[in-house]
Design a protein. Structure first.
Length: 459
């Protein structure tokens, strides 16, 4: 028997968690947090239709919260097995889980002080202690090396090129002397992207689980330096501030790299770059510890200083340091989380500068439904932040070329001529992109379906 059950990322781009049942073993591929609209976030409080003590192992494709963020809850509910990941993913996962637990506790404390929660008292989804217990379960594995999960069941990870430490997962089960192979794409990265290697191509398999975040569209393939030059030159001309909302892990490091590289090529555009995120600062340190994978050596040699932290990069950890940025005039760049404008320090900068026509706000990645980022993408004239309607007078730039997710053409390039012998499951995409990509794969010989949340599929 070999079956897959999708506990998340089915018809949506969050909560990745796929259960594999085979040869007497039960394995979870990823264990992510649901993010986005309230209806999705409420799912985090429900236990999946699986007993945590019955799970033999968890394997992570990468460290992002929507792939790792439910681990503390899983451990809290009784899971005591290993959580396998690459060395860099472990370092980033530790950072992300500790930050997530801190936010959970702070949100619960704030709700109790303000008295707006339906629950008395409001409780965190998990605590810092839960996060530390989950971190203790992390076990390092190397790329391209098989490791046993159970008798007749083994797994290996291949470079996915999404963020530092990310991997495609190849699972092989031996059933009655016959091997079955399932390939999980995780999040597929871009080709020729900064800071990460190209994704390794799909291999022959019986079943494929493939993401579809951009399954119905293409990214811009203009050289990043050309786009960045345009944005920075406007800031110099108008004396404005460039705001980059960015995820702390992956996007922030990519932005620092590209901004530095652009300024090296155009010395007249050099200006201060402010990284306003304690978590992003720590994540960047992790990237620097893995230059063999992140490709930072080349920029370090050209700049003659640290590969990311040049003389014009300023790091801001405390809230007072962040507030001090409000009084600074342009031209300058501020990089702050969160990437979809759902929270974090970027909201304070938006309140301060979104109504200034000299400001440029750069949306550099996927913006989920019902987020402020999506509303700005769709042309909103006002943005509600902390109970206030802020007028949108800033320039809004949309840079799909910055996404760490492969677009439709790149996904097809990654899959190549491989057609699974049994079935292809198109997950981790909103309904329309997922359906469109499944239809495209159908024209190429795949038996492709968009899985239903919670449904079990026999292979």
């Amino acid at each position: 028997m070999l079956s897959l059950t999708f506990h998340g990322a089915a018809g949506m781009v969050t909560g990745s968690c796929t259960e594999v049942d085979t040869v007497g073993a039960r394995v979870l591929v990823d264990c992510g947090l649901f993010q986005g609209p309230k209806a999705l976030r409420q799912r985090n409080w429900k236990r999946p239709d699986i007993e945590p003590r019955s799970v033999d192992a968890v394997v992570l494709t990468h460290a992002h919260l929507d792939h790792t963020g439910w681990l503390p809850r899983l451990v809290r509910n009784g899971y005591d097995g290993p959580v396998f990941a690459t060395r860099a993913s472990i370092e980033l996962t530790e950072l992300i889980l500790r930050d997530s637990a801190k936010i959970q506790e702070e949100d619960a404390d704030y709700a109790n002080r303000k008295g707006f929660s339906k629950h008395h008292p409001a409780l965190p989804l998990y605590t810092r202690e839960d996060a530390e217990l989950a971190i203790k379960r992390l076990v390092n594995v190397e790329y391209d090396e098989w490791f046993e999960l159970h008798d007749g069941l083994r797994v290996r990870l291949h470079q996915a090129g999404h963020i530092l430490g990310s991997g495609h997962l190849e699972l092989e089960a031996t059933l009655a002397d016959e091997q079955r192979r399932v390939f999980f794409s995780g999040d597929v990265g871009r080709y020729d992207a900064p800071l990460v290697p190209d994704p390794e191509s799909l291999r022959a398999c019986d079943a494929l689980v493939v993401e579809s975040t951009y399954g119905d569209r293409e990214h811009s393939h203009s050289p990043e330096e050309v786009v960045f030059e345009h944005i920075l030159r406007r800031a110099v001309t108008e004396g404005g501030v460039v705001l980059f909302p960015a995820f702390a892990v992956g996007r922030s490091q990519q932005l620092l790299y590209l901004l530095n590289r652009t300024m090296l090529e155009h010395r007249d555009l050099e200006m201060p770059i402010h990284l306003d995120s304690p978590m992003a600062v720590e994540a960047t340190r992790i990237y620097e510890r893995h230059p063999e994978e992140s490709g930072l050596e080349e920029l370090a040699l050209r700049r003659g200083t640290g590969p990311v932290y040049g003389d014009n990069v300023y790091l801001h950890r405390t809230s007072d340091e962040s507030k001090a940025l409000n009084s600074l005039e342009g031209p300058r760049v501020i990089v702050a989380s969160s990437g979809m404008l759902t929270g974090g320090r970027i909201l304070h900068h938006l309140k301060q500068r979104l109504g200034d026509s000299r400001t440029t706000l750069v949306l550099g990645g996927f913006q989920a439904e019902e987020t402020r980022g999506r509303r700005l993408e769709e042309g909103a004239k006002f943005l509600r932040i902390h109970g206030q309607d802020i007028p949108v007078k800033a320039h809004i730039e949309r840079l799909t070329g910055l996404s760490a997710h492969a677009d439709r053409t790149e996904l097809l390039r990654w899959i190549g001529d491989v057609v699974p012998t049994r079935r292809t499951f198109v997950n981790h995409g909103e309904p329309e992109p997922a359906r469109a990509f499944a239809q495209e794969l159908g024209t190429r010989g795949h038996t492709a379906v968009v899985p239903e949340l919670g449904r079990r599929y026999e292979l």
